[in-house]
Write a protein that binds this ligand. Structure first.
Ligand code: NAD
Length: 244
C-alpha cells in the first residue's frame, strides 16, 4: 500500500515535526503552507537530503477551492493521499466580549472548515481503496474549555465532534479518523504569549516541562499507520498531565 501523507500547516511548529517524523518513517510527504513558502521549501530540502520524498503546496485551508486544488495537485504529483493530518490552526487570546464576528468566523474557517474541506478532498481515493487515516489536531482547551480563548476552544471542541462523527461514518469503509489533543507545546503559537506566561504554563504542567513538537509528532505517527489499526474516533491527550 502506498504511503503518501498530506500535512496541513507543515512549514513550522507541530506540522513540521509531524512531516519530519513521517518522512523518517518512510512516508512521502506533501508539505503545505499558507505564506511560509520559504520555510516549507527549506524543510523539503532537509527531508530530501535524508532521502525523503516530498513537495510543497500552498493554500489557505479556509478557501475550499484552494485547499482542494492543492490536495489534487499533490495526488497527481506524489500519489494518492492515504494519510491526512489536519494540523493548520490559529489561536487568539482575548475576552469573549471583545471577540468580533470576523475573528470568530476566521477561527472557525481555519480550524473547522479547513479540516472539513481537506477531508472531503482526500476521501474520493480513500473510499475507492477502502483504506486511509485522518488525524486531526484539537487541543486540551477543546476538551476542557479555556478562559479568554472561547472561540479557539469552541473550534477545537468542534474538531473532536468532527473526528468522532466522521470516524463512525467511515469505519465501515476502512478509513480511521482520530484526534490528538496537545497540551502546551513550545511553538510560535505559544511563544506569542510571552516568557512569563510560558514559565507559568511550564509550572502548571505536572511533568515539569512544556511539550515539544516531536512529542505531538509521535502521537500523530501512532495514528498514521497500522500500529493503531483497531483504533478510531479517539482523542489522545498529549499534555504532560496538564488536565488530569
Ligand atoms: P503554529 O502557529 O506554530 O503553526 C500553525 C501552522 O498552521 C503554521 O504553519 C501556519 O502557517 C499554518 N496555518 C495557519 N492558518 C492557516 C491557513 N489559513 N491555511 C493554511 N495554513 C495555515 O502552531 P502549532 O503550535 O504548530 O499548532 C499546530 C496545531 O496544533 C494547531 O491546530 C493548533 O491549534 C494545535 N495545538 C497547538 C498547541 C500548542 O501549544 N502549540 C496546543 C494545542 C493544539
Amino acid at each position: 500500500m502506498e504511503k503518501t501523507a498530506f500535512v496541513t500547516g507543515s512549514a513550522r511548529g507541530i506540522g513540521a515535526a509531524v512531516a519530519r517524523r513521517l518522512s523518517r518513517e518512510g512516508w512521502t510527504v506533501a508539505l503545505h503552507c499558507l505564506r511560509s513558502r520559504e520555510a516549507a521549501e527549506m524543510l523539503a530540502q532537509e527531508l530530501q537530503k535524508e532521502g525523503g520524498r516530498c513537495a510543497v503546496y500552498t493554500a489557505d485551508v479556509a478557501d475550499r477551492d484552494a485547499i482542494t486544488a492543492a490536495i489534487q495537485r499533490a495526488e497527481e504529483e506524489l500519489g494518492p493521499i492515504s494519510l491526512l493530518v489536519n494540523n493548520a490552526g490559529i489561536a487568539r487570546q482575548e475576552l469573549f466580549q471583545d471577540v468580533t464576528p470576523e475573528t470568530w468566523r476566521r477561527i472557525f474557517a481555519v480550524n473547522v472548515d479547513g479540516p472539513f474541506y481537506a477531508c472531503q478532498a482526500v476521501l474520493p481515493h480513500m473510499l475507492h481503496v477502502k483504506h486511509g487515516s485522518i488525524v486531526n489536531l484539537s487541543s486540551i482547551w477543546g476538551l476542557r474549555g479555556a478562559s479568554c480563548e472561547v472561540a479557539y476552544a469552541a473550534s477545537k471542541a468542534a474538531v473532536i465532534g468532527l473526528t468522532r462523527s466522521l470516524a463512525a461514518e467511515l469505519a465501515p469503509s476502512g478509513i480511521r479518523v482520530n484526534c490528538v489533543a496537545p497540551g502546551v507545546i513550545a511553538t510560535d503559537m505559544v511563544r506569542q504569549l510571552g516568557e512569563e506566561t510560558m514559565a507559568q504554563l511550564r509550572e502548571e504542567t505536572p511533568v515539569g516541562r512544556l511539550g515539544t513538537p516531536e512529542d505531538i509528532a509521535q502521537a500523530v505517527a501512532f495514528f498514521a499507520d497500522d500500529r493503531s489499526a483497531f483504533i478510531t474516533g479517539q482523542v489522545l491527550t498529549a499534555d504532560g498531565g496538564f488536565i488530569l
